[in-house]
Design a protein around this ligand. Structure first.
Ligand code: KIV
Length: 266
């Protein structure tokens, strides 16, 4: 059964009512079809697709066309969810015209909002996107597109200076019109302070419990890999083992000539 459509107004109403929001990433039609029947409110078609769908070791290699294809597939499977299209590395660091072409591709593929990382240098673009009627989600803390500057996927905002900077960045995002911000891998004490200074919908991943909602990468929370184990990750399924069991049961049936049986033939 398809649930009714999630709107930005409902998201703010839930925040106001103190109801936590649940966001997951999703990249493909089949998963989106299942997610559409769940209580998940927001779907992020994240550039983490580069890593979990395409096997890259960072989010940098994915381009806007590929992201738009993922957004299109997800929007066909889960049109009832609030879908955020992630702007890939450098796609929003060009001329305003080129940046807006990237935004247009994601929105016309079916996104209801876009997300981009960081603040410095993005101010004019964020304002322009918001003034074009498009909700913008920011992303602060561990912004994976800056992995080479950070020297790895490391917790951010540990020092008092960094914490003060990140809080200022959040205030700037709000003043530019962002409706929401993702906080990634920052200490809980920073999150607790930051949420006091913003009316944006705060969504965390490895950012503690003080945020309005949480996001996890689908493949991580479904346990596709037993080796990727950041502290914040809770696995809700052991997909790796379930898949292996199914693959091996199938192989056994084929080898033992048990599949197909008579009822499975024409
Ligand atoms: O691309 C992504 O999956 C993300 C989340 C980790 C927030 O940006």
């Amino acid at each position: 059964m398809t649930k009714s459509k999630v709107t930005i107004n409902q998201l703010f109403a839930k925040k106001q009512a103190g109801e936590k929001l649940a966001m997951l990433t999703c990249y493909d039609y089949s998963s989106a079809l299942i997610m559409s029947q769940s209580e998940v409110e927001l779907i992020l078609v994240g550039d983490s697709a580069a890593m979990v769908m395409h096997g890259e070791n960072s989010t940098l290699p994915i381009d806007t066309q590929t992201m738009a294809q993922h957004v299109r597939a997800v929007s066909k499977g889960a049109p009832n969810k609030f879908i955020i299209g992630d702007m890939p590395f450098l796609s929003y660091r060009k001329s305003l015209d080129e940046n807006m072409q990237a935004v247009e591709l994601l929105m016309k593929a079916g996104a209801h909002a876009i997300k981009l990382e960081g603040v410095a240098g993005n101010e004019t673009l964020i304002k322009h996107i918001v003034e074009s009627g498009i909700p913008v989600m920011g992303h602060l803390g561990l912004t994976p597109q800056s992995v080479n500057q950070f020297g790895g996927f490391k917790v951010q905002g540990k020092s008092a200076d960094d914490q003060a900077r990140i809080i200022e960045e959040a205030k700037t995002l709000e003043s530019l019109g962002c409706f929401s911000v993702v906080l990634e891998c920052v200490p809980d004490e920073l999150t607790q302070e930051l949420v006091k200074h913003t009316n944006m919908i705060t969504i965390g991943i490895g950012a503690g419990a003080a945020v309005d909602g949480q996001v996890l990468v689908l493949q991580d929370m479904l346990g596709y890999s037993s080796t990727f184990s950041p502290k914040f990750l809770r696995r809700y399924l052991n997909t790796e083992q379930l898949f292996l069991n199914a693959f091996n049961a199938y192989v056994k049936d084929v080898k033992e000539k048990k599949y197909p049986d008579e009822s499975e033939q024409y």
